[in-house]
Design a protein around this ligand. Structure first.
Ligand SMILES: [Ca+2]
Ligand SMILES: [Ca+2]
Length: 418
């Protein structure tokens, strides 16, 4: 009797294991990569598996190669999804530009690009998403209502037992439509500001600062975050020849943004300023202090493919307070010049008004005889330029003389050729 019970029990155990074995050996494996790029595996993704009733039945975490595995699955339909606790990145105006192209019908987007475009999280990709990135996220850092990350959500049906299903899928930082982010890698700077010349200025003076590109560049979007010492200088205004450029000044930061709405990329030339800042130095801009502008991270210029252009160099002047100038310093001031020299017909005279007051510019011949007075007005301190027509002068050597309040004056020679 006892032997019979033992035998039945053994059979039951064998049947139980056989059942377990035959109905529970299905496996789903795969890799999760950033924008489905196999060179950018996403590790530490928490992967969820849901059954046909939308209930989470299991979860796992991807390894360093982005690999995940679910075992012991019965036949049925499953849905996968992921979440990650990692700093997102890669969102800039290149993504806005790509989205703009999609919305105007000149570009298609793949499924992951579409889900990373829905930054408002309402299930639609539309102009709200474009404006949320362009005027909310980039200049203001406003977080996306859809969160920081998004993952594809593949559905898998297992019909045969003893099966291994391989399903790779992708994840993205929300808003990184073009997939430019490299997870785990800190973004490098692509825009650098270099000093190209030096201005001498005192406290409470106004001037215009040109930001010039070092090379001609075709661009489709510009995002610049420029830091400056707001205790030493006030930014009064920003001017640019680029239409519809937006800017924002906050604390010690200027944020400039522009996305090209025309079909063709625009050509920015080295000779024309990218933009001009109208500034005024403060009371704190005392002797030996200088004003330095720097481009912060996530400053970028975007090419015709919607990608960042590397190593953009923008030249800006260094502004330094050297105190009250000596005669030799005034004579060596690079901001006071006539060009071209020799003058054939017309020329530009650049001059530095060291303090607010009456400015007079006279032209003399080489014997010191006054030819004419070309300027006589009150001006704020700062750098100025006037156009001078020398067409009525004979060939020869002349002098222009700048006088400010009878306190500062300097004379410079130029020649006229016919
Ligand atoms: Ca949306
Ligand atoms: Ca991007």
């Amino acid at each position: 009797m006892t032997g019979k019970i033992k035998k039945i029990s053994l059979i039951a155990i064998i049947i139980f294991f056989c059942n377990t074995f035959s109905f529970s050996q299905n496996t789903i494996v795969g890799n999760i990569n950033y924008h489905n790029d196999v060179t950018k595996p996403l590790n530490n993704v928490k992967v969820y598996i849901k059954d046909a009733t939308d209930a989470i039945i299991d979860s796992t975490v991807t390894d360093n190669t982005g690999f995940y595995q679910f075992d012991n699955l019965q036949e049925g339909t499953y849905t996968l999804n992921g979440s990650i606790n990692q700093t997102p990145g890669g969102v800039n105006l290149g993504d806005s530009y790509l989205l703009l192209q999609y919305l105007t019908g000149s570009q298609t987007l793949d499924s992951l690009q579409l889900i990373s475009s829905d930054v408002t999280g309402d299930g639609n990709v539309n102009w709200d998403d474009y404006w949320t990135i362009t005027t909310g996220w980039y200049p203001n850092g406003t977080p996306f209502t859809a969160g920081d990350w998004t993952f594809e959500s593949p559905t898998i049906t297992i019909e045969n037992s003893k099966d291994i299903d391989t399903t790779d899928f992708g994840g993205s930082s929300m808003g990184d439509v073009n997939g430019s982010f490299v997870p785990g890698v800190l973004p490098g700077n692509s825009v650098f500001l270099f000093y190209d010349n030096e201005y001498n200025m005192n406290a409470n003076q106004k001037t215009n600062i040109d930001f010039n590109l070092k090379e001609d560049i075709y661009v489709n979007a510009i995002g610049l975050i420029i830091d400056y010492p707001n205790d030493l200088v006030e930014i009064k205004n920003i001017e640019s020849k680029i239409k519809n450029i937006d800017y924002k000044i906050e604390n010690s930061r200027i944020i400039i943004s522009w996305v090209n709405t025309c079909e063709k990329a625009i050509l920015l030339k080295t000779g024309e300023p990218l933009f001009t800042l109208k500034i005024r130095t403060t009371d704190n801009f005392t002797k030996d202090k200088y004003i330095k502008f720097t481009a912060a991270e996530n400053s970028h210029l975007i090419d015709s493919k919607g990608e960042d252009i590397n190593n953009i160099i923008i030249n800006v002047p260094k502004i330094i307070n050297k105190g009250l100038l000596s005669i030799s310093e005034i004579n060596n001031d690079n901001n006071t010049m006539i060009y071209p020299n020799p003058v054939i017909n017309t020329a530009n005279i650049k001059y530095n008004v060291y303090e607010q007051g009456l400015v007079t510019i006279n032209i003399y011949n080489i014997n010191g005889k006054l030819i004419n007075c070309i300027f006589n007005k009150y001006q704020n301190a700062g750098l100025y330029k006037i156009n001078y027509n020398a067409g009525n002068l004979n060939q020869g050597i002349y002098i222009y003389s700048v006088n400010i309040n009878n306190k500062y004056s300097y004379n410079k020679k130029f020649s006229v050729i016919k």
